[in-house]
Write a protein that binds this ligand. Sequence first.
Ligand code: ATP
Length: 793
Amino acid sequence: MPSDFITTIDSDDEDDLLVQNGESSKGRPTPNGKAPATGGKGKIDEDLNPEFEFDFDGLRNAEIDLWGGDEVKKSGKGDNEPISVDDIIARRTGRELRSFGEKKRKRSGEDEEEEDMEGSESEEGSDDEEEGDSEEDEGEEEGGMESDLGMEVDSEDDEEGDEDETDDGEVEDHEGDDDDDAESTEDIAETARKDAFFSSEPTADDPTLPSSFASMNLSRPLLRSLASLNFSAPTPIQARAIPLALLGRDILGSAVTGSGKTAAFMVPILERLTYRDRGRGGQACRVLVLCPTRELAVQCESVGKALAERGGLDVRFALLVGGLSLNAQAHTLRTLPDILIATPGRLIDHLTNTPSFTLSALDILVMDEADRMLEDGFSDELSEIIRACPRSRQTMLFSATMTDSVDELVKLSLDKPIRVFVDPKKNTADSLTQEFVRIRTDDNRGPALLALCKRTVREKCIVFFRSKALAHQMRVVFGLLGMKAAELHGNLTQEQRLAALNDFKAGKVDYLLATDLASRGLDIKGVETVINYDMPGQLAQYTHRVGRTARAGRKGRSISLVGEPDRKMLKLAIRQSVSTQIRHRIIPTDAITGMSAKMDGLKEDIADILKEEKEEKAIRQAEMEVKKGQNMVEHEEEIMGRPKRVWFQSEKEKAAAKNTGKEGYVQKFPGAAPPEKDDKPKVKRGKYDGLSRRDKRRKMAMEEDAAEHRASSQSASIRAAKKQARPQKIGIPIAPAPKVKSKGGKKPARRSAFDDKKAGASEGMRAKPGVGAVKGKGAKKAGGAKGKPKGKR
Ligand SMILES: Nc1ncnc2c1ncn2[C@@H]1O[C@H](COP(=O)(O)OP(=O)(O)OP(=O)(O)O)[C@@H](O)[C@H]1O
């Protein structure tokens, strides 16, 4: 591997990458007035995927409001307005925090506002120092890229490097003929299983792939809608997946982050719903889209709604996610919405507790970020959901890091799924530049991040942390240093989570300090930089994190702080990327030491702010308790009269499932860091020890509920009610097809409820002859819904 393989950025100047990007550099001062470094830049421009030549002048996402869904707006503020760390900081420092954009506007508009210039002056000062610093640094950082990052990146060299690490599982893979033999036998067996499991239809190099949405025979309203969203041509995954999805095929879809996978399943869903039977009895929940996080579900719903509304389609959605009102959701469910977008936990809650809600008429099941959903952590919930879905459904799984491991997929009872993997060797977008910063000691991590943000990455940046506590602490530090940040992690209320996203999206804050909660699927326009404060434990996580930028053909960069323990992950990350996308960034030592001193000076303030926040929280909590008590007194009858909820998993079970998931995932990725384990000897704890009062009460209530439920016949009556309320199959009743034993002699032929004779399978799916018409033999599913597309062999 040649040592000049990776470009070294020898100062933390504003990288040329974003300055090149017309939209992002607008109005931004070029630090030091330096000409941007040219290394590799031209190459990136040339490498821009031509398939993403869309019109991106802000129209698209400006028009799809991803975070402002009705359900979200409903959660009003008022008495329970969350505590703002920014307010506490402002009170202490006597200075209100402003975003980078606001500061810039102020600076250019009102020169007299000297006090606002303070921060920016010091920023400029630090920029002026950069050149000298970086030169010094070059001297310090001897040995170029390889010794700096302590590794080689060429595949051959990698193998050599690996051989040195005798205790490395990866090395063993390369060592010894016996191992190779065993591995290859395993490979052959696995390949044979895959061949038997998946459909062998070629999709990747099919010359008949549609080059426009119009040639997919989509209905006019949908074409109108796509045009109004500026989706002028299908992305590669859309061109491959949409025609197959319209035919009702089970699909396993994978393409790099930000390549339009959401529309790849949403468009065919909407198209097929256009032809559903709307008569009495035809109404039912027909489509379920499962997402691993609430935010992703909100986003997915917004994309679907935007597509439907713009085409004037009469399709109703329901968002079933935790953190939003259960009652409102139950109410919507009673109206039998067509498409459910849900997170697993809340969906199961409704399946268990909302009378008459059932998935028995479901036609399409989609799992977004499916590899995540297939992890052990979701296993129980997933099995429960799959059990509730009819076998005859169509199933579509999508993810940028999709697995085609048969072991994991069998539980979904797929029917000859087709793998639609766009460029499976490539996991990151061509327009992404990945930078790595070597961190010598962990103490330097914080200062390095702050130096980077203070001097270089001033806005539109997501910073990923491994822990919620760290993300929160950093927010305080950012605030004290005058940088406006929001945090996004699981310790926040749903309202706070969505507010953080909205603020970031609107540019009210420059940094989103997040945990992996935000790593998957989120499509936030204009994110220029993703910083990994630490390397994540799994490669897939890394791929998704950095995939929050450089989406849909736009440019973006990731900057990862890499310490010694992250070496393996670094190797894996480099291995899966195009070499021209990799850079080594050096942050001047002076900048780090300076920042370190600043952080030391802030220690007391940080502790005080966190304490003040805690106290405020406690006061709010107490106030809430009082309110609750009052409510209880005033409305006791009504509250006690409500049916008791049944919980699918206790908190303990949930935690256990989560841990299994973590461990399982780490095993799958040999380079991954082990899950955080508590090595301390376990002291036997009381049942409710360590729980907050709220959690303790909740736990007690749950236990009571569970006990009562076992004794009562409630679930039986719900089941009976559900059975009664089960919607009829849509369309004209079709005489049951004579039972034909398939070759394997096991599964009965599938039917989709969309395969309505009246609409006609080919009409309903718009599968015109020659595009995807159903042919007798290939029509595996009832009505020929899953006939193989003509001309695709
Ligand atoms: N055909 C198209 N033309 C133009 N823009 C598109 C097209 N399809 C999707 N997009 C845009 O591309 C962006 C990324 O889409 P999407 O969020 O679906 O990506 P993804 O592949 O699901 O990413 P991830 O793997 O991170 O979940 C969105 O802003 C979307 O509006």
